[in-house]
Every structure is written in C-alpha cells, then in structure tokens.
Design a protein around this ligand. Structure first.
Ligand code: ADP
Ligand code: MG
Length: 250
C-alpha cells in the first residue's frame, strides 16, 4: 500500500528526512515511534501531499506520490492528480480540527458531499453508521464544543473514514487528550485495525504498539533506525538509540 524509498526532505538548511525507507502492506498497521523532531510528522505529511519531497520516491497503492527522476530532479504530480490521491488517504491529527460551527454529522458529511458529490441523504445515512462505529451515534446533532476531546477525536476519525480512505495516517492522535480519554480513542483505532484498514500510526502509546501493530518502526534524526515486530523492537531493540528512547517513554 505504501512504498517509500530514500525519501529526503529539507527545510532551508535543516535536513529533516535523510533517506526514509518504509513499506506498508495492505491491511497492515505500522506504528512509528521516535523522539520529537525526528521527522515523523514530516514523513506522514509527505505521504499525504501536505509536503513535497526533495529526493527518493513514494508510492501509495502502486501510484506515484512524488519521485526522483534520473539526474536527481524530483517530479511531482499535477494538481488534479494530487487532489484525487489525497481523497483516498485519511489523516487524523493531534488537534482534531473539526468545524466548530457545524454539528457532528455535518462535520462527517462535509467532505463526501462537498468534495465527492455524494447525495446528502446517502452521506447522512453513512455518517450515522460511522458515528455508531466510533461510539457516538447519540452525538450526531451536538456541536464540537459540547464534546470532550476524546469524543471530538472520534468524530475526526469518523470524518476521515467518510471518504472511504484506503490508507489512514494518524499523527499522535491521543497526545492532546487528558489521560482518561486516551483509551476510548485507541479502542476505536484498534477496531479499525481489526477491520483490516491499512494504518500508519505515529504515537507514544507503547501499549497500543504492542497490542495492535503488525510492525513497529523506530525513527530518529530523519532515518528509520530499526523496524520489526513489536516484540523485536520493544523488547529486544537492536540499536542503542532505540533502547535509549524506550527507556525514556516506558
Ligand atoms: P516529529 O513529528 O518527529 O516531532 P517533525 O517532522 O514535526 O518531527 O519535525 C522534524 C524537524 O523539522 C523539526 O526540527 C522541525 O522543527 C522541522 N520542521 C518541521 N516542519 C517544518 C517547516 N514547515 N519549516 C521548517 N522546519 C520544519
Ligand atoms: Mg510530530
């Protein structure tokens, strides 16, 4: 579903991604761990066209996102292609970014109706099913400010799912939540994983990584330091950098 090869990215003089190699198979859940500033968000943003890459290549579902042509020049797709591809990739951020003046159900149907032209009634029906899936069918008419952070994040997940993404990217989805609200969001994500959704999850929730991830990737300083089963990376890390990071978060 995702094939990243030698992905490089810099901001000015700062080299943030120094050759990221990462593959994610269909239906796989990959948890990305790593210290703050290691390039995790930038990498996810490159996969979703929120940043352009400076080198290497990224494919999603066999389709090119950006790539380095011979001669070292990176080519990017046309705007229309980018728009089409972005619709098929869902992203959930640390900040939920719901529309405050829309109800929950309006937030969920906004993209399917506005972007994809889905009939409103059909979108509304699907939205209710999605809200049931994230445990919020009784909140359809509420406004975001009336919800807890955990509930808002579950709406954000339902909203992303409403576009029927083939890939979901989660960037620290529970980092902004009070500790007692983290579990309900992780439980929804676990359900999606069990349903076979392909997911890349950046998180510091080691318990989630251990329980749900097919593979854990440890990133540091713009490179993938190691990658393997949760048991391999979490219990028997090969790199001293992974060991040092885990001793800080565990
Ligand atoms: P992580 O998500 O692992 O904490 P990020 O990908 O957010 O790391 O950031 C990696 C590095 O890139 C950091 O040093 C950050 O300050 C820098 N960075 C990220 N986005 C930008 C940007 N738009 N402009 C300049 N520097 C950026
Ligand atoms: Mg980040």
């Amino acid at each position: 579903m995702v094939r990243a090869r030698g992905v490089r990215k810099h901001f000015g003089h700062l080299e943030v991604l120094k050759g990221i190699d990462l593959e994610v198979r269909q239906g796989e859940v990959v948890v990305v761990l790593g210290p703050s500033g290691s390039g995790k968000s930038t990498f996810l943003r490159c996969v979703n066209h929120l940043e352009t890459i400076d080198g290497g290549s990224i494919h999603v579902d066999g389709e090119l996102i950006g790539f380095e042509a011979s001669g070292g020049r990176v080519r990017h797709l046309r705007k229309r292609e980018i728009t089409r591809q972005r619709r098929e990739i869902g992203m959930v951020f640390q900040q939920f970014n719901l529309f405050p003046h829309f109800t929950v159900v309006q937030n969920v149907i906004e993209a399917p109706v506005g972007v994809r032209g889905e009939p409103r009634d059909q979108a509304r029906e699907r939205a209710h099913a999605l809200l049931r899936r994230v445990g919020l069918e009784d909140k359809a008419a509420a406004y975001p400010r009336q919800l807890s952070g955990g509930q808002q994040q579950r709406v954000a997940i339902a909203r992303a799912l409403a576009m029927r993404p083939k890939l979901m990217l989660f960037d620290e989805p529970t980092s902004a939540l009070d500790p007692e609200l983290v579990g309900e969001v992780l439980a929804v994500m676990k359900g999606l994983a069990e349903d076979g959704l392909t997911m890349i999850v950046v998180t510091h929730e080691i318990g989630f990584a251990r329980e749900v991830a097919d593979r854990v990737v440890f990133m540091d300083d713009g490179v993938v330091v190691e990658s393997g089963t949760p048991a391999d990376v979490l219990d028997r890390p090969a790199s001293p950098r992974t060991k040092a990071f885990l001793s800080r978060v565990l």
